[in-house]
Design a protein around this ligand. Structure first.
Ligand SMILES: [Zn+2]
Length: 557
């Protein structure tokens, strides 16, 4: 997510659609065909933004399209984005690098480097700060902040004929999955897929953009709601309106309503398919990588929560869109391997959790907003500076102390801030940078890591805050809801935000399910072994997962 600084109110359509078309069932015989020999010709890496293990579990029995295919694949229902700052940029940074944010440098969606040239102005995770035209708000998109290579880059180093392609609605998802050397990188901006400055849309991109533009211009009717969504279809009061019964009617000209809907995923999948054809992906001299990050689950989760009719309709559409992508690759006879995971999970909005047997969910106390923490620290210490004494971009995560204070006074401010935070009932834990720097990098089962271990996996000196704040379980860091735009979120150190499915499928793969926890940093070493890539020891933080459920071993030993 990108935190919103101004309320955006969308007119939510409450129109009732009577149709509940059942999706056509995908033929389930694809896996049964003979297993191909040697490495796959195409890696398809799918990230579903904000696809928690809980959402996967809730809808798994309902999938009949692309998501059903993994029932004939290898299922790790307890994958972990094991770090503490469960945001989009860090989450995407682990998927194809095999490295935790502590080492890859992507600690959050945005951070501050108070000792650097930006001072107390934010830095976006996917911007080129060396370009004077770039700002956090209007970034020149780049992977410069990512300190390690992605799988696609490692493959290109081994064989320059490999094409490394990434598409998403979000620029940061493209940069973190693709990395520094991408052959085609497309993200959504202002109603069209765009790329780096000077890169003109190819005919395939132009065609997808034209189709999306026509839909936005004309508007579109409600999306079908499957009969099995009925229990979720209930209006829940939030702010001055209700959520839970939306149908995604698209008013003509409303680009944001197109983006915050399953139609954004449909367009992204259209683009992935068009690039497969235009570039001949999976049919070249070397294996290629196609990264597809689908953002609508996240946009809709933020706008309406994760448990209403809106999310149910979205899951149905997403399943069909992924089915379309896989059917296209099947029809072309491409030997591809899919991995599907997510950048983080998510939590429903507190207003619905309150009704659904979890009254402990609350919106965060404004006292934890950086401005108010500034005042509280000033009062406790008698210190004062021009500008904010404490800054950060949310009532959670990384908090920074003004560099206008002398080092000794800064220490005093850190101590006071820790005392204030640790006494607050909405706070699970708070650490100083010195405490985290002194904590060893965690290893072993991510389910059992302490809160401090989780914070350590997100800690990178020079980027992380002087103090790191972890909110308590089910405290939503949105003090006031903006229905239709921003009511629910993720970002916590708890498993509803950390736990994501990790799913693999390739034609002929022998299906199995392993419920023990694994980590998203295990994906890159697993694929590297299957591709026969030689990488230096210490490249990955994760381990190779043996995807041969029988006597064989895809990890090569
Ligand atoms: Zn995300």
């Amino acid at each position: 997510m990108r935190r919103l600084t101004a309320p955006i109110v969308l007119a939510l359509s409450l129109a009732l659609a009577a149709c509940s078309a059942a999706p056509a069932r995908e033929v389930q015989t694809v896996s049964a065909q003979a297993a191909p020999q040697g490495p796959p010709r195409l890696i398809v890496a799918v990230s579903i933004d904000q696809f928690s293990a809980d959402t996967y579990a809730q809808y798994r029995a309902r999938y009949s399209g692309g998501l059903a295919r993994f029932n004939q694949g290898v299922v790790f229902p307890s994958g972990y984005q094991s770090h503490s700052a469960t945001e989009t940029c860090p989450g995407h940074s682990t998927l194809l690098t095999g490295v935790h944010p502590a080492r890859n440098g992507i600690i959050a969606n945005s951070w501050f480097e108070p000792d650097g040239p930006r001072g107390d102005q934010p830095i976006y995770c996917a911007e080129d700060v060396t370009d004077p035209a770039s700002s956090a708000r209007n970034p020149v998109v780049s992977a410069r902040h990512l300190k390690v290579p992605t799988l696609g880059e490692l493959m290109k180093s081994a064989d320059p004929d490999t094409r490394n392609v990434a598409v998403s609605a979000k620029d940061r998802a493209v940069m973190m999955m693709g990395g520094h050397r991408i052959d085609a990188a497309w993200w959504w901006k202002g109603g069209a897929f765009v790329s780096h400055k000077g890169v003109a849309p190819t005919p395939a991109v132009q065609a997808v953009n034209a189709k999306a533009a026509a839909t936005i211009k004309s508007g579109a009717p409600a999306l079908p709601i499957p009969a099995w969504c009925a229990p979720a279809d209930e209006a829940v009061p939030v702010g001055k309106t209700t959520l839970g019964t939306g149908r995604f009617v698209l008013e003509p000209g409303k680009e944001s309503a197109f983006r915050i809907s399953p139609r954004m995923d449909t367009a992204t999948v259209d683009l992935a398919i068009a690039l497969v054809d235009e570039m001949g992906l999976g049919q070249g001299k070397a294996p290629d990588v196609l990264s597809v990050s689908l953002s609508a689950t996240d946009y809709v989760g933020h706008a309406t929560g994760v448990a209403g009719a809106e999310m149910c309709i979205l899951q149905n559409q997403l399943d069909q869109d992924l089915g379309r992508l896989f059917a296209h690759l099947d029809a072309k006879g491409i030997d591809y391997m899919v991995v599907l995971s997510a950048d983080h999970g998510g939590l429903d909005m507190p207003e619905r959790m309150d009704r659904q047997a979890y009254p402990g969910a609350e919106r965060v106390d404004m006292a934890l907003a950086p401005d108010n923490l500034s005042k509280a620290v000033a009062k406790a210490t008698g210190l004062s500076v021009e500008g904010p004494l404490v800054f950060g971009d949310a009532p959670m995560g990384d908090l920074y102390i003004s560099r206008k204070l002398a080092p000794k006074d800064r220490e005093k401010a850190v101590a006071a801030l820790l005392t204030i935070l640790r006494a607050h009932p909405h706070v699970a834990a708070a650490y100083s940078a010195a405490e985290l720097a002194a904590t060893p990098l965690p290893t072993g089962n991510p389910q059992d890591w302490s809160l401090r271990d989780r914070a350590r996996a997100s800690f990178h000196p020079g980027r992380s805050g002087d103090v790191v704040l972890q909110l308590d379980r089910a405290i939503t860091p949105i003090p006031e809801p903006y229905p239709g735009a921003y009511v629910a979120t993720h970002g916590s150190a708890f498993d509803y935000d950390r736990r994501v499915p990790i799913l693999f499928w390739r034609r002929g793969i022998r299906p199995f399910e392993q419920p023990q926890p694994v980590d998203t940093v295990d994906i890159a070493p697993t694929l590297a072994a299957i591709l026969g890539l030689k990488v230096r020891d210490g490249t990955f933080d994760g381990r190779c997962l043996d995807l041969d459920g029988g006597a064989g071993n895809t990890c090569g030993n």
